[in-house]
Design a binder for this molecule. Sequence first.
Ligand SMILES: Cc1cc2nc3c(=O)[nH]c(=O)nc-3n(C[C@H](O)[C@H](O)[C@H](O)COP(=O)(O)OP(=O)(O)OC[C@H]3O[C@@H](n4cnc5c(N)ncnc54)[C@H](O)[C@@H]3O)c2cc1C
Length: 391
Amino acid sequence: MEFLDAPPQPHYFTPEHEQFRAGLRAFIAREITPFVDEWDEAETFPRALYERAAELGVQGLGYPEAYGGTPADLFHQLIVAEEFARCACGGVSASLNSHSIALPPILKAGSEAIRQRVIPPVLAGRRIAALAVTEPGGGSDVAHLRTRAVRDGDHYVVDGEKTFITSGMRADFITTAVRTDPSVPGAEGISVLVIDGDTPGLTRTALRKMGWWCSDTAHLRFDGCRVPVANLVGEEHRGFRVFMDNFNSERLFMAAQACGLAGVCLQEALDWTRQRQVAGSALSQRQVVRHKLMDMTVRIDAARALVYDLAWRIQHAQARPAQLVARACLAKVQATQALQFCADQAVQLLGGMGFMRGTKSERIYREVKVMMIGGGSEEVLKDLAARQLGV
Ligand SMILES: Cc1cc2nc3c(=O)[nH]c(=O)nc-3n(C[C@H](O)[C@H](O)[C@H](O)COP(=O)(O)OP(=O)(O)OC[C@H]3O[C@@H](n4cnc5c(N)ncnc54)[C@H](O)[C@@H]3O)c2cc1C
């Protein structure tokens, strides 16, 4: 039995979804999975992969055809998250999909000129986009970000720092949250600017990490960067809402990805314990081992059911927005907890081999923490969910 696969869910996934899944699965198995060990050790992957993924329609999924996109619904996005998890290397997916957090603010609030300049080349895989919100002074407390953009004629002059930015080294376009009105300390007074990667005064430093080695993660420093006013996305001082809306889909995507990665751990643990002999019988025949495998299975099933149900509700507007925001937060919390449990159990079941480079569970174990912190940490998401539910 393939534990990686959820039981068939025809009420969520149409034959067209399944066809898309099959194409993507074959692409990942052929062009990504065989190379992830090499890429992770090299702390990078070929830039050409963006164009390959774009040819398959992955980059443009859910974007309007006018910008080179392909119509798609939320379940297509879940398929992308799940299928990329199969390569057991979150770093590839993180960088390859950084546009999924960088472009939505531009699509939602950007002028037609900036949309036309940025979105088509990114969806075609010829250019790379990043989202820069987090600062060294704190990522959770987004409303108090300090990077300043001061108006000077038809430019803004940007000074400040951003950190932990995915695709930060390679990005051609950086969707950046800046403070344009320093007289207001909180969420008001924040704007969104697209900063071109070749802007003078921008310095980028690559960061080394516990996991996601092949993902490009950077510290960005802006020293007097002159950014045309035409690069403003949405209204000046009203940018907070523009990128906060982003976070819901990011959380749902990460929740689906966490379920997929947990499934990879389960599958590897199952395969290993079936073939590993202890005192004349397979490890998988020991009750304590079987219980671990079932504990993993039930956690994944529960988290995945929540993700699918939530995606359906969002797609069919079957709840108040505040409830959906709360549930997206909680789905990410539950799915990443399931991932943490499964990665831990899988490494334990693999014994010394689980500690060795080259097993999927070893890599995923090192990726658990970024899944529990990025896109909103567990503590912050629970707090946000409580507020949305009126607690
Ligand atoms: C590999 C990687 C890639 C990333 N990519 C991007 C990217 O592309 N773009 C981007 O903008 N950011 C990115 N981030 C940043 C990420 O979103 C932040 O790390 C995250 O939001 C947490 O912010 P922080 O690291 O500053 O931690 P802090 O906000 O300083 O939090 C530290 C700890 O305090 C807790 N905490 C914070 N506030 C509260 C509170 N009010 N109550 C209780 N506990 C609290 C947190 O839960 C956490 O445990 C990335 C991070 C990583 C690690």
